[in-house]
Design a protein around this ligand. Structure first.
Ligand code: SF4
Ligand code: SF4
Length: 261
């Protein structure tokens, strides 16, 4: 069991996690004059979700395959049937994040979900027969982080808006749905890194590779997609990723997430 909140502005002990609801308040403030400024951007384990990769590679002007090759390594997933992607720290003293500069985070508007959510952590679970997603937030504290001792309070909802988390949360929830499908082991006995899993990995993480694939195989012609959406998919990586999240359960699991033409 996680410790439950005891008052309206809880502050966790190091290593403790406190469950919070959307309207709950927590104390925290991070600013450039704080003594721990950027301490959290060294030697840190950061999981990258598909939308994180998409935002970062576009921010850096890189092809997604090049971004993965340069900055990522494979990690353990939330279940045995699909791996995760993790951000490599730079091979320098103190292992800084590769995007850290003297001035701070060089990818700040496109920083990963984990960075923008801290000091909160977010998880989702499926509830009920309809599989409605329920969001859980926890307030966490790292030993070096002084932001918990500063004057300043937020509700969870304010923090979501302040950190521009809503778009990330929406895309991460779609990803969580797809990952739940991967947890059913839909690889037809091919095992890890078989052709079907490699296809899924490309759709989720290598969005530029998937754009080439979709074009070569005329994927958009094979399904009923209205003209406006088709235009958005052709121009916008996030829209293509949403299409990919629907296409994989259809093509790998025969699910009716898309309607064939
Ligand atoms: S207050 Fe916490 S989040 Fe902000 S710079 Fe310090 S360690 Fe990082
Ligand atoms: S992406 Fe930015 S905020 Fe996140 S660890 Fe790297 S430098 Fe820090």
């Amino acid at each position: 069991m996680y410790p439950m909140k005891e008052n309206k502005t809880p502050s966790p002990a190091t290593g403790q996690r406190i469950a919070l609801n959307g309207g709950d308040t927590f104390r925290f403030r991070c600013h450039p004059d704080i003594s721990c400024y950027l301490a959290c951007c060294h030697k840190v384990e950061i999981y990258l979700f598909p939308y994180d990769v998409l935002r970062l590679k576009n921010c850096l002007g890189m092809h997604s395959a090049e971004f993965i090759h340069t900055h990522c390594r494979i990690g353990e997933g939330s279940h045995p049937y699909f791996p995760s992607l993790m951000l490599n720290m730079a091979e320098q003293e103190d292992y800084p994040c590769p995007f850290l500069t003297r001035e701070g985070c060089s990818v700040y508007p496109d920083r990963p979900s984990a960075c923008r959510t801290y000091p909160l952590e977010r998880g989702v679970e499926k509830c009920g027969r309809r599989g409605r997603l329920k969001t859980h937030y926890f307030l966490v504290r790292h030993p070096y982080c002084k932001g918990h001792d500063e004057e300043g309070t937020y509700t969870v909802k304010q923090w979501e808006r302040d950190q521009k988390l809503l778009e990330y949360n929406l895309m991460n929830d779609l990803w969580a749905e797809l990952d739940a499908f991967f947890a059913t082991n839909p690889w037809e006995g091919e095992g890890a890194a078989g052709p079907r899993q490699q296809l899924a990995f490309m759709v989720c993480y290598d969005i530029d590779g998937f754009r080439d694939y979709a074009s070569r195989h005329h994927l958009l012609d094979r399904y009923r997609i209205d003209r406006d959406r088709r235009r958005r998919i052709e121009r916008d990586d996030a829209e293509l990723l949403k299409f990919g999240f629907q296409w994989l359960p259809a093509v790998l699991g025969g699910r009716n997430t898309l309607t064939p033409t």
